[in-house]
Design a protein around this ligand. Structure first.
Ligand SMILES: [Zn+2]
Length: 252
């Protein structure tokens, strides 16, 4: 699934079109209903940036296209006049030399509003850790840390994989309540998430110790890794019950 770091890689590939006037097509029927092609066709693409889990494409005239990839969306950048594609991409941006093709892009809208509700980006340079901690502190103290880290209003860009890996590395359980987490613990896990994700942006490396490894031994202490759904969205949490500090869920 696309996480913050894969969006940053897509943003980087799309830079070849920045500064170019682009022809815009929306072959997918659901995308064409938004009339994006009519509104964007022929405009100059001014910038492409990843903000949290969104890719923001700014066009001349102040139009900003927000693309959220959800589970299956994918941007492909290739030479113009490559062979025809099979299927209906959501969006095609065609410059003089390159074209960018968006597949399975379920959220595409011209707006700036949704993005302003996002918390600070974990991949900003440097990340605003102080504001992230402030945001986490405003939540109810009984909220579980693993759930809060995925709340894009508080911290933008951390996905389920990096949440699990960062918590394991700093030895903190996803079930720890915010009220029981010191500022030092919050800074520790946010800093570790930023470090892991930054490394993944730079070289595509994914340092995985526990994500999707339920039942296998913890690489640190040998205890089998546990997994269980967490939060209103029931995202699967992975953790080592022996070396990650925090209250266990009842019945786990
Ligand atoms: Zn362990």
């Amino acid at each position: 699934m696309p996480e913050g770091d894969s969006l940053h890689r897509a943003a980087r590939r799309l830079q070849v079109l920045v500064g170019e006037r682009v022809a815009v097509e929306t072959p997918h029927p659901r995308a064409s209903a938004e009339r994006l092609a009519e509104r964007l066709d022929g405009r100059r693409l001014e910038s492409v940036e990843a903000v949290g889990k969104n890719l923001l494409l700014s066009f001349e005239g102040g139009l900003v296209l927000r693309s959220h990839l959800r589970m299956r969306g994918r941007w492909q950048v290739r030479a113009r006049d490559s062979k025809a594609w099979v299927g209906s991409p959501w969006l095609v941006l065609r410059g003089p030399k390159h074209e960018a093709v968006l597949w399975n892009g379920p959220v595409l809208e011209l707006t700036g509003r949704a993005v302003r509700r996002l918390g600070p980006d974990i991949l900003a340079d440097p990340p605003d850790f102080a504001r992230m901690v402030e945001n986490l502190r405003r939540e109810h103290p009984s909220r579980e840390l693993g759930d809060a880290l995925l709340d894009q209003r508080l911290v933008a860009g951390i996905g389920n994989l990096w949440k699990a890996e960062a918590l394991w590395r700093v030895r903190v359980s996803p079930w720890l309540r915010l009220g029981e987490a010191s500022d030092e613990v919050l800074h520790g896990v946010l800093g570790e998430a930023a470090r892991l994700m930054q490394a993944s942006v730079v070289d595509g490396r994914e340092e995985r110790a526990i994500y999707r490894r339920a039942g296998r031994p913890c690489p640190r202490c040998g205890e089998p890794i546990h997994s269980r759904g967490q939060g209103d969205d029931n995202r699967t949490a992975y953790w080592c019950p022996r070396c990650q500090r925090g209250e266990e869920p009842r019945g786990a």
